[in-house]
Design a protein. Structure first.
Length: 329
């Protein structure tokens, strides 16, 4: 004969059942909360995170990982961290396993590598500047003395030497400035003074075609670093001269228009030379398509404008117009 369950025992059993069910519900809620917290933490991380099942299907990933979905196909599991190139950017890949899950992360180190390369280049540029400027200074001094003594027929040869020395000096200055950064020492001066400085600099740059240079007719005060702004405008004018030299026409036009507003000096620079072939990489360092270029002119020009509270942008592909904005203050 089986033992009967008393009412008290039944109530106790029911009470324990409710208690177990309540604990299970609380445990499930805690697990859900933990899972949501983990997902938010993973989403918050700046690098791409994938957690894969043992069949390589995605168990969990953040939005950065979804953006770099194609990168996942290139990643292989390795015990040690390694670097991978993807769409012109550099990533450090880390991987580990836990039970039936594989965890992968890809961290974009492109900017970090750029800064490291700039630091290295800055040290190298400083060393080369010291090594090159001494003999260049001597050549410049000797050519000035030589120009006074040679027969008239040989003066053009000496002048060509002086122009080459000037170009080398500008390349050294540009490389040093790019690696160390632009530091604008502002003062007030008239645009006509800046134009005179540009004209002096451009005397060292030859061109075979007849070029009409059109500058703003009005004069106005600028608050800026005259040496840096001379380099900025000269970079654009030199590029325009080269574009006109490559063009089929026998002559060309380079025009600088001035637009004034309350807060900025705005300049539009255009020329009649050949079109720009690589607009995407215009402001990328060392990506010049010119035989004479070192790939720093436009990059430095942009940095100089930004050091003056402005910027440089490319406006029109057909008319090939660049806009330079400089803060008035």
């Amino acid at each position: 004969m089986s033992e009967s369950i008393t009412v008290e025992e039944l109530n106790l059993l029911i009470e324990q059942t409710y208690k177990v069910e309540k604990e299970f519900t609380e445990l499930k809620e805690s697990y859900t909360h933990l899972q949501n917290t983990v997902e938010k933490v993973v989403e918050f991380l700046p690098n791409a995170i994938w957690i894969l099942n043992d069949d390589n299907t995605v168990f969990l990933q953040n939005s950065k990982a979804r953006e770099l979905w194609s990168l996942l196909k290139l990643i292989e599991y390795q015990e040690d961290d390694y670097e991978i190139q993807f769409e012109n950017r550099s990533y450090i890949v880390k991987s580990s396993t836990y039970k039936d899950k594989m965890m992968l992360s890809a961290t974009d180190i492109t900017e970090q590598k750029r800064k490291e390369n700039l630091a290295t280049m800055g040290q190298m540029a400083a060393h080369l500047s010291h090594e090159i400027r001494n003999p260049i200074g001597a050549i410049s001094l000797m050519s000035s003395t030589l120009k006074k003594r040679v027969i008239p027929e040989n003066i053009p040869i000496v002048e060509e030497i002086q122009k080459s020395v000037h170009r080398i000096d500008r390349i050294i200055k540009a490389t040093l400035m790019f690696s160390k950064g632009v530091d604008a020492k502002k003062e007030s001066f008239y645009f006509s003074e800046l134009k005179d400085a540009m004209d002096t600099s451009l005397e060292y740059y030859d061109h075979s075609k007849e070029i009409n240079f059109i500058y703003p007719q009005n004069d106005f005060m600028i608050n800026g670093d005259k040496d840096l702004l001379e380099m900025l405008f000269s970079n654009f004018i030199v590029n325009a001269i080269d574009a006109i030299e490559e063009d089929d026409n026998d002559e060309g036009v380079i025009e600088i228009k001035y637009i004034e507003d309350e807060n900025y000096h705005t300049f539009h620079i255009s020329d009649s030379g050949v079109a720009i072939s690589d607009e995407e990489n215009l402001f990328e360092a060392f990506k010049s398509t010119k035989l004479k270029g070192n790939g720093l002119g436009l990059v430095l020009s942009k940095q100089i404008a930004q050091a003056h509270g402005g910027d440089v942008s490319f406006l029109d592909g057909d008319n090939k117009t660049f806009e330079i904005k400089l803060s008035k203050y």
